[in-house]
Design a protein around this ligand. Structure first.
Ligand code: H79
Length: 444
């Protein structure tokens, strides 16, 4: 199977749900007297240097009585997301799936005893969502031979003797067989590696060949090899590039990419972090990412009770509402020749967060249509400079409308650009999509 065949669904999907759920949800950013209202709650074991045996006791209080895989899948669906990626093992080394390789897993080590990965896979399949497994391959703070005292972010409080570190053994006896186990038991559509660069080239190759043999259709992100972006574009053993956490590419990359992003400052549940990204910015970021050919993998950190926080649900439903009207400008689109139009950015300006007047525009395209997506309501009219007579010399415009609006849009094309009238009523909130239809060129 070719990469082109494998990546088709993923390229059309554009918007996915990342789920960080594990033992770290229980402290939720609070450990003894230390309260962290910002930052990665899934790093609590590292940040507090919690001995592995003490951290492992958290498993005994993992009782998410409100967990309902179908409800999570339904939230993702309503948000307009097309795939889900779950942390099957994070850096803390705890497996959120039934594993025969270690009893330190959600079924064998908790009173809950339910295979949450299996339940989520089933719920996703039932509702037409693709499913991916996140796996932290290069870090494991639970295991003495885990990676590794050579690296600065490893567990040196339990395992100070760097001679005991043995990445090769960890890789051969746990990481690689667990990946094979995930592939065999859950048949994921995607494997989402998080890693740093502990693996040798030979290990990457071995892992890659094994995955391809077991499941040729499984899409792979770039962190199978290394974490750094934008170095090595495109890396050899992956289907798409993961940018840095919360890092949006600032240009068209010419290769599929995805931004893993949090909705507050943490990926795992943090009970004191209320610093939520607002729906308008989520929509802006989605549009910005898709205009550059990327996907948006937006995270939720469910609570120890098993609920997606209400603040996330509210925001996701709001984005879903926007997509109901405007999804055709997002799903299955390709980037246009340029990704943006609008006033020249000021140095250091984040154009998504602080769009400059009069209006920031992003483009996407599909067949004979071009979508010009305004990141704020344009008044009294909008001039799209990139679509002047010269910029569009090879195409003629058949008509223009605004998605969700039945009002007529008047348009005029000059050398300066394409001027579009603005409907009286806003058809939705947050961002506004003009669909510009071109006359179809008959091939002779
Ligand atoms: O799973 C999420 C993060 O936990 C994980 N990737 C996403 C998807 C991740 N692993 N490593 N890193 C992110 C980068 C490391 C960041 C750090 Fe830090 C900066 C480690 C120490 C300083 C942030 C601040 C985390 C701990 C303190």
């Amino acid at each position: 199977m070719t990469r082109e065949e494998r990546i088709g669904w993923w390229r059309e999907a554009r918007f996915g749900m990342f789920i960080h759920w594990g033992l770290y949800a229980i402290p939720g950013g609070v450990w003894k007297d230390t309260v962290r209202a910002t930052g990665y709650s899934e790093w609590v074991m590292y940040a507090e240097k919690i001995p592995a045996q003490e951290y492992a006791l958290l498993a005994k209080s993992f009782k998410p009585t409100r967990f309902d895989a179908k409800a999570w899948a339904s939230i993702a669906k309503k948000a307009g997301m097309k795939y889900m990626v779950l942390t099957t093992k994070h850096h803390d080394g705890f497996s959120m799936f039934k594993s025969r390789l270690t009893p330190y897993n959600v079924v064998d080590a908790t009173p809950f005893k339910r295979d949450v990965t299996g339940e989520l896979v089933a719920a996703c399949r039932d509702s037409g969502l693709r499913f991916g497994c996140y796996y932290s391959i290069d870090r494991d703070w639970y295991r003495p031979q885990g990676p590794g005292n050579r690296y600065k972010q490893s567990n040196v409080w339990d395992f100070p003797d760097s001679k005991k570190e043995d990445f090769d053994t960890y890789f051969a006896t746990l990481a690689k067989p667990q990946i094979e186990e995930l592939l065999a038991n859950y048949r994921p559509d995607l494997l989402w590696f998080d890693g740093i660069d502990m693996k040798s080239d030979a290990q990457v190759e071995e892992l890659y060949q094994s995955i391809r043999k077991l499941r040729p259709e499984c899409v792979l992100n770039s962190r199978i090899q290394g974490c750094r972006f934008p170095a090595k574009i495109p890396p050899p053993h992956c289907d798409y590039i993961s940018t840095g956490d919360n890092e949006i590419a600032d240009q068209l990359l010419g290769f599929e990419w995805e931004n893993p992003a949090s909705m507050n400052t943490s990926f795992g549940f943090n009970r004191n972090d209320h610093n939520w990204v607002e729906p308008k910015e989520i929509v802006s970021r989605l549009v910005d990412i898709v205009s550059k050919g990327g996907n948006y993998l937006l995270n939720v950190g469910p609570t120890p009770e098993g609920l997606i926080p209400q603040a996330c649900v509210d925001r996701l439903l709001e984005v879903g509402k926007w997509l109901e009207t405007n999804g055709e400008a997002i799903y299955g689109t390709s980037p246009w020749r340029v990704f943006r139009d609008g006033p020249p950015p000021k140095p250091g300006q984040d154009q998504v967060k602080e769009p400059a007047a009069p209006v920031e525009i992003r483009f996407t395209s599909k067949a004979d249509s071009l979508y010009a997506i305004c990141l704020s309501w344009p008044e009294p009219e909008v001039l799209v400079r990139a679509l002047g007579k010269q910029g569009l010399s090879d195409k003629t415009i058949a008509g223009v409308r605004m998605l969700g609006s039945s009002e007529e849009v008047k348009w005029q094309q000059t050398d300066a650009g394409l001027t579009l009238s603005v409907p009286r009523e806003q058809p939705c909130r947050h961002a506004f999509v003009y669909r510009i239809d071109f006359n179809h060129k008959q091939t002779p």
